[in-house]
Design a protein. Structure first.
Length: 103
């Protein structure tokens, strides 16, 4: 994982470069690591993983509401204030539907 030298945010690969999601700083991708791309987001949007999530995300046995498949990749996001719990997102390994679980 690489961090931006300007704002210390996580940098993500984009078109042969590594780009900061926060400030837009770019540098050449040296190809030393594999990342999962995340769409840039506005302050109140939810980041959804838009490429193949099998590149390192864990799986869980959970039923997909769309196709009934029992395996999905999952990740956590802090959507509300820091003193509230995180939201768990799932993406079906079969139909690629994404949904979230509230605590």
């Amino acid at each position: 994982m690489e961090f931006c030298p300007k704002c210390k945010s996580v940098m993500m690969p984009k078109g042969g470069m590594i780009v900061c999601r926060k400030c837009g700083f770019e540098k050449a991708d040296e190809g030393t690591a594999s990342y999962v791309s995340v769409k840039p987001r506005a302050e109140h949007e939810i980041a959804i993983i838009d490429e193949d999530v099998s590149a390192g995300l864990p799986t869980a046995k959970v039923r997909c509401p769309e196709c009934g498949n029992n395996v999905a990749h999952w990740w956590l996001r802090q959507l509300r204030s820091a003193d509230e719990s995180e939201t768990r997102f799932y993406r079906c390994t079969k139909c690629k539907k994404t949904w979230r679980e509230y605590d």
